[in-house]
Ligand binder design. Structure first.
Ligand SMILES: CC(C)(COP(=O)(O)OP(=O)(O)OC[C@H]1O[C@@H](n2cnc3c(N)ncnc32)[C@H](O)[C@@H]1OP(=O)(O)O)[C@@H](O)C(=O)NCCC(=O)NCCS
Length: 298
């Protein structure tokens, strides 16, 4: 049966690439109907989607040379939000996408050269959605705000540091570390990142501002491994009363812009295993797992 719960489709998203390449062409009457996969009739004329070989045979210049990706689940034509969710994910990755809906499936036509990356982006959408949770039609529109970043004042930093330190130790303990060890780790790291109680060179502990209001904190800095192309997200936090409105996502997008303007080409971060919300956020933004620490209590 056709699925209406878009979150259910996304949480189990399976996509398949049709073999071959496809072309959008203007149909001047020569297109063989049996080779035609879709037709759009407009007052200016007919647009046909055909396999690329047929366009070449007819000498028709493709307006868009595409790979064809099908969403395997049967989706209802009146399901709300699926097209927006997949198109937004692809747009966020800089991949153009034209959507065709059939009675059974949705089909995404993406630039031929981007096919593999598009499949990866779509597969990353799975796992970032849980059945029953509402799907935002457009995540940027849902937050409705582009957040701004501003270095904390000295007083703001001084107020934040002890709260952050306690939270960091609690997260390490929550992930299974002995409390004394967690305290020592925190002290050792802060000696590098906050010598003398102030941010070291390159470290920026910033307020996240939404319409001028402080809604959270983003701490960016150089990674410990010294990779000059990478900036590290040491912490992203949205204040409790502001969570669940798209601001965490907006803050991470702002972190990307911040990194790009400094010539960085990669963002890295660590996340503790039990932090499901943060892991889901990063996964949905396209972060890939670099390593996984494991332990077993005996
Ligand atoms: C992680 C955090 C920054 C997310 O901020 P937020 O503003 O609530 O997040 P958003 O509203 O932008 O949601 C973005 C995505 O985060 C994930 N997410 C947010 N809350 C979640 C929850 N309670 N459960 C599961 N996933 C969740 C989802 O993937 C969500 O995308 P979706 O709504 O499209 O499903 C926030 O929960 C937080 O500040 N946590 C405490 C600090 C922390 O753990 N920081 C990360 C490690 S340094």
């Amino acid at each position: 049966m056709a699925e209406r719960d878009v979150a259910a489709v996304l949480s189990a998203l399976v996509v398949a690439r049709r073999p071959g390449s496809y072309a959008y062409v203007g149909d001047d009457g020569r297109v063989d109907p049996s080779r035609c996969l879709a037709v759009i009739v407009e007052s200016e004329g007919r647009t046909a989607v055909v396999d690329l070989d047929h366009a070449v045979e007819l000498g028709l210049e493709p307006a868009f040379a595409a790979a064809w990706i099908t969403i395997e689940a049967e989706t209802a034509l009146d399901a709300v939000g699926l097209t927006a969710a997949v198109a937004t994910a692809l747009a966020d990755a800089g991949i153009a996408c034209n959507v065709l809906a059939g009675l059974h499936h949705d089909h995404l036509l993406v630039p031929d050269a981007e096919a593999d990356r598009a499949v990866q982006v779509l597969e990353a959408l799975r796992g970032s959605h849980r059945p029953g949770r509402a799907v935002a039609p457009d995540r940027r529109a849902r937050s409705g705000r582009a957040v701004r970043l501003r270095d904390k004042t000295e007083a703001g930093f001084d107020a934040w540091l002890p709260v952050h330190t306690a939270d960091y130790i609690a997260q390490r303990v929550g992930a299974g570390e002995d409390e004394q060890v967690a305290r020592r780790t925190s002290e050792t790291q802060h000696a590098v990142t906050f010598p003398g109680g102030r941010p070291a060179a390159g470290h920026h502990v910033m307020d996240v501002l939404d319409d001028g209001e402080v809604v959270g904190t983003l701490w960016m800095g150089p990674p410990f491994n010294g990779d000059g192309d990478t900036w590290f997200v040491f912490k992203v936090e949205i204040d409790e009363g502001f969570r669940g409105r798209g601001l965490g996502r907006a803050a991470m997008e702002a972190a990307e812009d911040w990194t790009r303007t400094r010539g960085g080409s990669r963002i890295a971060l660590n996340v503790f295993g039990p932090n499901a919300a943060a892991r889901s956020l990063y996964g949905s933004l396209g972060y890939e797992v670099a390593s996984i620490g494991m332990h077993k209590d005996l």
